[in-house]
Ligand binder design. Structure first.
Ligand SMILES: C[S@@+](CC[C@H](N)C(=O)[O-])C[C@H]1O[C@@H](n2cnc3c(N)ncnc32)[C@H](O)[C@@H]1O
Length: 225
């Protein structure tokens, strides 16, 4: 984790606050306060480019023909969906998130043709019981990280994607080994549930960001059974 020792006005939420959360309720509280300013004080201020990298990998690796409906897990204010809707205007995107305030911001986003970026936005705690829906693909940035979602949630989420469907899943690089994502993914590959992931190391923040150097591992794989 990088230090966020740059000057912050009192009360301004930053990356250290985001990494300090521990429970779903902590997440609800943090993002309720942060939703309205998240794009400005987090995405823009920190040159946060991770959602763009995830959307670009999705567009590169996931076959255009095979995909209609995609779910963006922990969609927040909708950064991943925005990039994806530009790169793949024909897909429908649903967003799941625990924070109604973040979902409200995502609901304001429009595609180039004026239609909403997200078809449905659902308030859901991904660590609890999941909606009975199935998608052709799943994507995410920024949710498998410190204090947010762990590997056990990734395993549970596999059922939301149909057999042969795709996953483009960003996981905080420090978190990847330390929190057991690497071993959990290895186990589900060995049981034949998913293909061996292709792992792409991407920058979470651009050059010039106070957090430049933080990386994520974007795992691209398919469901086999
Ligand atoms: C760092 S933000 C990332 C948002 C967006 N994907 C982005 O890249 O800008 C993490 C998101 O995960 C959501 N989240 C955290 N815990 C969650 C949970 N248990 N269930 C669903 N969403 C959760 C938060 O509400 C927040 O919107």
């Amino acid at each position: 984790m990088s230090e966020s020792g740059h000057d912050q006005p009192q009360n301004q939420i930053d990356l250290a606050d985001a990494y300090a959360v521990k429970t779903p309720d902590d997440n609800r509280r943090l993002y309720a306060q942060w939703a309205q300013t998240y794009n400005e004080t987090f995405i823009n201020a920190n040159k946060y480019v991770y959602p763009r990298a995830v959307a670009q990998l999705f567009a590169k690796y996931v076959s255009e023909i095979a995909i209609t409906a995609v779910v963006d897990i922990g969609c927040g204010t909708g950064a991943v969906g925005s990039y994806l809707a530009n790169l793949r205007p024909d897909i429908t995107i649903d967003g799941y998130d625990i924070s109604p305030e973040m979902l409200k911001q995502a609901s304001l986003l429009a595609r180039i043709d004026g239609s909403p970026v997200y078809r449905n936005l659902l308030e859901v705690d991904l660590t609890a019981s999941l909606p009975k829906q199935t998608f052709d693909a799943m994507t995410t940035a920024g949710t498998f990280t410190h204090g947010h979602l762990g590997p056990e949630t990734l395993v549970a989420l596999i059922d939301l994607v149909r057999v042969d469907g795709w996953f483009v899943i960003g996981i905080n690089a420090e978190h990847f080994e330390a929190r057991g994502f690497a071993s959990t993914i290895k186990n589900i590959v060995e049981t034949g549930v998913i293909t061996q992931p292709e792992i792409h190391l991407v920058n979470v923040y651009e050059v010039g960001s106070p957090h430049y150097g933080d990386c994520a591992k974007v795992n691209v794989f398919q469901r086999k059974k």
